[in-house]
Design a protein around this ligand. Sequence first.
Ligand code: ATP
Ligand code: MG
Length: 278
Amino acid sequence: MKILPQHPRAESIRIREEIVKHCGSGAVVLAGLIAHGRGEAFDYLLGEKTTENAFKAIRSAASTLLLAKHSVISVNGNVAALTSKDIVKLANTVGSKIEVNLFYQSEKREKAIKQILKESGAKEILGLGEAASANIPEVHSDRRRVDSRGILKADVVLVPLEDGDRTEALVKMGKTVIAIDLNPLSRTAQWASITIVDNVIRAMPILIEEAKKIKNEKPKNLQKLAYEFNNSGNLGKAIGLMTHRLSELAEKGIYIPEVTEIHDHLEKRTFSLEEDTD
Ligand code: ATP
Ligand code: MG
């Protein structure tokens, strides 16, 4: 589909097309499209930009990843479709492993995601085929299989876009979980140790930049940045920002001058028609 750059929602449509394309390649499943739509709805409420609040979470996440002994970035279909190059860049910057971890697992899907990651420069990819043979106790599903070289032994796991049951399971195993999730009300957002309430597409490049900036800081300074963060307060602020934005919009009304002009014109025409028929 040709997307005109001047279209007011050009970027959003471009991202949507990318997800749909990878639905064709088999990397993204239909449930992934629904998850994307849910994310888009929350991005509307957020104003489709990275907030100062999200930036604070990103800084804490960057420090936590740099302090980790064994960090892993968990990749699913949507993540591979939307941000695979940045996943590889981040892994190289902070020294994380990359593990494919799917809710709806199939050989075809794994292959498609492996292909995307390889094309993006990933050298080592965990969690593929028989390598994902370790089980972790998950709350409402028995499907959680992870790689014993990756998520199973990780101290820090980054889960950009994850399901709540899995996040809960990881936290209950004692892992520090960093989530990127546009919905501050999701169980993932609530269970994670650090939740970046932002679009994964915007948050990933900032996370990489931030990690590069503070990479050579002393561990003491990194610890300060990592622990000065409170996730429950962070989520409260994210909800507050959405509420505030909605209140402002409700007060001033949604106003697009062109729409108002057209409606005024139609109204006048309708009334003059009524006058004519009298
Ligand atoms: P949970 O299981 O955590 O309670 P859920 O069942 O509502 O959440 P899932 O489908 O399990 O949602 O997970 C998808 C999550 O990813 C949603 O919370 C959605 O808002 C979020 N999401 C989707 N696309 C993006 C994106 N591009 N950037 C950030 N978050 C996104
Ligand atoms: Mg879910």
